[in-house]
Ligand binder design. Structure first.
Ligand code: BGP
Length: 458
């Protein structure tokens, strides 16, 4: 299919390494992982030094776009907003390499690596971070806007704030509804501020936002389940998508939060700005759906657990009075407890397209697996099957008339998985961390290349 973007996606902290090179400031993840002696991304995939080889492999793998994020701590040195030229030079090289290989750069401005100097000052709980972000976004547009045509303000603000402030498994590791609401709000405000900078600067191209998208399915067709599903839609999806695309925080969500939280940070002039500066497109990261039932769990106030591989079958979200997540037992699950449900991607695109009528990109989709990468070629047929079924779902939605413009595999090569480290592998290309970070294409790499070639013939 001509013009369709076939690519793969990374995030700066997860692949670059070079954490103390190029005059880079410390990020909140450096501090958190170092202080807690957890596996970190100090070296990661060493993309900082090997991006040329990695991008060349994307080209040789038939891909025509690369989604990556800019590390804020590489670009802005300190709270005063001083620009780090070495960081700018690095991303100039990355972008120019993409263009040399005819690869469309698709740039995420923020993929979770907040500079530590801002985190120490309250991070996303502090309104000043929105101003700092707007300044940083403007610097990105000014420095790279002559060559980049596709921007997104944030990667997965919901996942980021829920993990950091509700579940507490990401830094800063809190469990507090008020903080979840405040940080979410400031991120969405900051997103609108970046869109404003982008529009006012008259840059080429388009700007969107990337959402961690879980289409909600009810267990049955009762009224109670429909009401629970609405709560879940607000909780998982609407507060990001409605706010970014329609310029409105869902009213029924605000009504629910009103008694429980202090909403005084939501100033009329902010809401005006959010209303005026909506996005051009939506990026959806799809890993799985969420199935819910009405809340029946007695005294539980809030359970959001995501224990990952150690506790397969125990991940669950329950919000008192709203809904509880249900595990469809007949489904298949990955080793990391993610349901495999490709139909949800097609249905999800339909819903998003019908509701917002904005172009959609599938900005992440992939499967995390344990793999022995010492072999000559990793035979990752499970990944091929996963991608094949999900790409079919995307194409079906497209054939039905949904405006889907691209698909990005997560990820082009193995990289650091937040908190899981390097044993959870997503790459089309294997990285042998024990053997000089050698790159070796997996079977899926060639499968993806051939699939793209076939599609481009049509
Ligand atoms: C998304 C993030 C990515 C990536 C992916 C896989 O939520 O945008 O950064 O990490 O999920 O998640 P994980 O590495 O936790 O399996």
């Amino acid at each position: 299919m001509k013009d369709f973007l076939w690519g793969s996606a990374t995030a700066s902290y997860q692949c670059e390494g070079g954490w103390n090179e190029g005059n880079r400031a410390i990020s909140m993840w450096d501090r958190y992982l170092h202080d807690n002696h957890l596996e970190n991304g100090d070296v990661a995939s060493d993309h900082y030094h090997r991006f040329e080889e990695d991008i060349r492999m994307m080209k040789e793998g038939g891909q025509n776009s690369y989604r990556f994020s800019i590390a804020w701590p590489r670009i802005i040195k300190n709270a005063e907003g001083e620009v780090n030229q070495e960081g700018v030079d690095f991303y100039n090289r990355v972008i120019d390499t993409c263009l040399k290989y005819d690869i469309e750069p698709f740039v995420t401005i923020f993929h979770w690596d907040l500079p530590d100097y801002l985190e120490q000052n309250g991070g996303w709980l502090n309104r000043q971070t929105t101003e700092a972000y707007a300044h940083y976004a403007k610097v990105c547009f000014e420095k790279f806007g002559d060559r980049v045509r596709l921007w997104t303000t944030f990667n997965e603000p919901r996942y980021y704030t829920f993990s950091g402030y509700l579940i507490g498994n990401y830094p800063p590791g809190h469990q507090d509804l008020q903080e979840t609401v405040t940080s979410s709000y400031y991120m969405m405000l900051a997103s609108a501020m970046a869109v404003k900078e982008f529009r006012n600067g008259g840059y080429q191209g388009q700007i969107g936002i990337v959402h961690s998208f879980s289409p909600i399915y009810g267990v049955d067709s009762t009224v109670e389940t429909a009401i629970a599903a609405r709560y879940a839609e607000n909780f998982y999806n609407n507060w990001i998508l409605d706010t970014a695309a329609l310029g409105e925080i869902p009213g029924d969500l605000l009504a629910e939060l009103y008694g429980r939280c202090d909403l005084s940070m939501m100033k009329p002039e902010d809401l005006e700005l959010i209303k005026s500066y909506t996005v051009d497109f939506l990026g959806l990261n799809y890993y799985a759906r969420v199935m819910i039932a009405p809340y029946t769990t007695g005294e539980t106030t809030l359970i959001v657990n995501n224990k990952g591989k150690q506790a397969k079958g125990t991940s669950q979200t329950i919000i008192k009075g709203w809904f509880e997540q249900v595990r469809p037992e007949s489904s298949q699950y990955t080793e990391w407890d993610t349901e495999i449900f490709p139909e949800g991607l097609c249905e999800g695109i339909r819903r998003v397209w019908n509701k917002y009528r904005l172009p959609v990109y599938i900005t992440e989709n992939g499967i995390g697996l344990y793999e022995d990468v010492t072999v000559e070629q990793v035979d990752d047929r499970q990944r091929i099957e996963f991608m094949d079924s999900h790409i079919h779902a995307v194409m079906q939605a497209k054939e039905e008339g949904c405006d889907v413009r691209g698909y990005y595999a997560w990820s082009p090569f193995d990289l650091y998985s937040w908190k899981n480290g390097t044993e959870k592998r997503y790459g089309l290309v294997a990285i042998d961390y024990e053997d000089g970070l050698k790159r070796k294409p997996k079977k899926s790499y060639y499968w993806y290349r051939d699939m793209i070639a076939q599609d481009q013939k049509n």
